[in-house]
Design a binder for this molecule. Structure first.
Ligand code: ATP
Length: 240
């Protein structure tokens, strides 16, 4: 099974101060899929992702990432997983070079050509300091740091959050180009259906901590406005 699924989540529940954030979530992400987590603010996407990267331990239910419990050996897992968090910015004193250095320490086939290719792709210069970049530039830098070591699994939590339309288009472009890599599994969370539609091939609709359904991208109607999406949500089951 670990061969087939990059991520397996079984009956995962999580509450914060008595308020359920995830309720009985079961989800399987096939290896090689570009898998979207779609849901409005507060749906539980980040809480689910924090379980996948080992930042939260599964108290109820079970989580396997690339065949292992992500909390058992987070350092080892992080070599195989790239993670772009929504709300944790990289320290602004860092240079792009510093990010490359980290990737280099993890990726065995590193070369100067490859580093130059990465910088070109993300339109970043090695000597730039994060502080000096626009918000879009910093988002591209975070993506570079998440993908530069060529992880088997890439997890992007609302990567375009807070960006203007141009910067959003840029980061999406970079994501689409880098996710075309053979064999890589990508998990992409967003509340914007047009992004999900462009990037993903399978989608889990998440609402109030529950997975309502998992669908193929083909059945996601094109360019729904968010309000329309909200109106078209199936009614969530009432928890017992
Ligand atoms: P967003 O688009 O706003 O990031 P999300 O789908 O990622 O939303 P989560 O951040 O997972 O949603 O939040 C789900 C629910 O859990 C929310 O009601 C949130 O307030 C709550 N929650 C998440 N983390 C914590 C925490 N550490 N302590 C208390 N409540 C939390």
């Amino acid at each position: 099974d670990a061969e087939r699924w990059a991520v397996q989540v079984e009956s995962l529940s999580r509450s914060f101060r008595g308020q359920p954030a995830l309720s009985d979530v079961t989800l399987q992400v096939p290896r090689g899929a570009v898998f979207g987590l779609v849901g409005l603010n507060g749906a539980g996407k980040t809480t689910l992702i924090r379980h996948l990267v080992g930042a939260l331990r599964a108290l109820q239910g079970r989580v396997r990432v690339l065949g292992q419990d992500p909390t058992l050996s987070p350092e080892r897992l992080l070599r195989r997983v790239g993670y772009m968090a929504e709300d944790e910015a990289l320290p602004t004193w860092m240079l792009i070079e510093d990010l490359l250095c980290w990737c280099r320490s993890v990726y065995p086939d590193w070369s100067d050509d490859y580093a130059a290719e990465l910088c070109d792709l993300f339109e970043l210069s090695p000597r730039s300091r994060l502080r000096s970049l626009s918000r879009g530039g910093r988002a591209r830098a975070s993506l570079l740091a998440a993908i530069g070591h060529r992880p088997a699994l890439l997890i992007l939590d609302e990567p375009s959050s807070g960006l203007d339309p141009l910067a959003r288009a840029d980061i999406l472009e970079a994501i689409i180009r880098t996710t075309a890599d053979e064999g890589r599994t990508v998990i992409f969370s967003s509340h914007l259906l047009d992004e999900i539609d462009r990037v993903c091939d399978q989608i889990a609709l998440i609402h109030q901590g529950r997975v309502l359904e998992t669908i193929d991208a083909d059945s996601l109607p094109q360019r729904y406005e968010e309000r329309c999406y909200r109106a078209n949500l199936p009614t969530p089951e009432v928890p017992p």
